[in-house]
Design a binder for this molecule. Structure first.
Ligand code: PLP
Ligand code: SF4
Length: 316
């Protein structure tokens, strides 16, 4: 984390690219952050590198586009207790951390008021109290920001307290760290995960096959050995992964690393991300092509998130 690159000029220098590709105003609105290990997977001298496009602040972000909003998925309206977003039946999402190891330019939470939403310190009490009081909740999702940026002591304590809630069956963790900072998957983390009585699912986030190098596959193998179910979610992003060949290679590489492709999200219409949008028709035709070419279990579900619906909406 400490060695992550936060200066666009430095990133471009590393990649032997001209400085004018970055935009200061875009960077002021949403700062840049990218771990060195992720930068090493980018191609030198390629301004269109699919990993670079996910992290570099560009001028397109500063254009106002109708239909794009600060809170496109209506999370603000579903905050039921400090740090708890309860939108779907049986599952409560805990905003466990306000920070991420990488800043993804397309992120639907780029304008999310984390400081208000995140549960911290004594506020865990209220969050855990809400979950304990609702027996319909069977699964807690640790999300954020990135929940695996919490210290192991905090995570072990939190999982201990969740395990004591009798109606909980599953713990789900949504984290991009196994992909962007695989060294985070260390012995201490695996120890408290193994000790948890709840069935544990880890949903990673990779959008392009180049994100999954050997260091990532090794971290994933250790998680699998610890009995964790591994799923992946991706966002369909123009110029990053909107080609059939790319999505095929992503599914193949995920599955060979023991990860089931779970969701392929249509872009949430968040301010500053319109240049990543792939329209629904193009998305459906990509998915039909994937279905023809892959075993069913390697085809992700194409979904869109709509404020006020009882689940993520399947598109086809
Ligand atoms: C996506 C999401 C979930 C989990 O939905 P699944 O379809 O079970 O993956 C739960 N809560 C919130 C607020 C979500 O955005
Ligand atoms: S890691 Fe996830 S929450 Fe964090 S910026 Fe990227 S997409 Fe958003």
């Amino acid at each position: 984390m400490a060695r992550a690159i936060t200066d666009p000029a430095e990133l471009l220098r590393c990649l032997e690219l001209p400085n004018l590709l970055a935009d200061e105003e875009a960077e002021r609105r949403f700062s840049m952050r990218v771990p060195l290990g992720f930068v090493e997977r980018m191609e030198r001298g390629n301004p269109r590198d699919p990993l670079l496009l996910q992290v570099l602040p560009g001028v397109a972000e500063t254009q106002w586009v109708p239909g794009y909003h600060a809170d496109p998925v209506g999370d603000g309206a579903s905050i039921v207790a400090p740090g708890v977003i309860h939108k779907y039946h049986g599952r409560a999402l805990l905003v466990a951390s306000a920070v991420c190891a990488i800043h993804c330019r397309y992120c639907f939470r780029r304008h999310f008021p984390y400081t208000e939403a995140v549960a911290r310190g004594d506020e865990w009490e209220a969050a855990l109290g809400y979950i304990a009081a609702d027996p319909t909740i069977e699964e807690v999702i640790l999300s954020g920001g990135d929940p695996l940026l919490l210290a192991d002591g905090q995570l072990a304590d939190l999982s201990m307290r969740l395990q004591r809630i009798p109606h909980l069956r599953r713990l789900r963790i949504h984290s991009r760290l196994p992909v962007v900072l695989p060294s985070r998957i260390d012995d201490v983390l695996l120890d408290w995960l193994r000790a948890c009585r709840l069935q544990t699912v880890l949903v990673i986030h990779a959008n392009h096959p180049n994100e999954l190098d050997d260091s990532v596959c090794q971290a994933l193998a250790r998680l699998r050995e610890a009995g964790i179910v591994l799923l992946n979610q991706s966002v369909l992003l123009r110029a990053v992964n909107n080609r059939v060949e790319t999505l095929l290679a992503l599914s193949e590489r995920l599955f060979s690393a023991g990860v089931i492709p779970y969701y392929l999200h249509l872009l949430d219409k968040v301010d500053g991300a319109a240049h990543f949008d792939v329209n629904e028709k193009a998305a459906v035709s990509l998915l039909k092509e994937l279905r023809k070419r892959l075993p069913g279990y390697m085809v992700p579900r194409l979904v869109r998130e709509r404020a006020g619906t009882p689940a993520k909406m399947p598109i086809c």
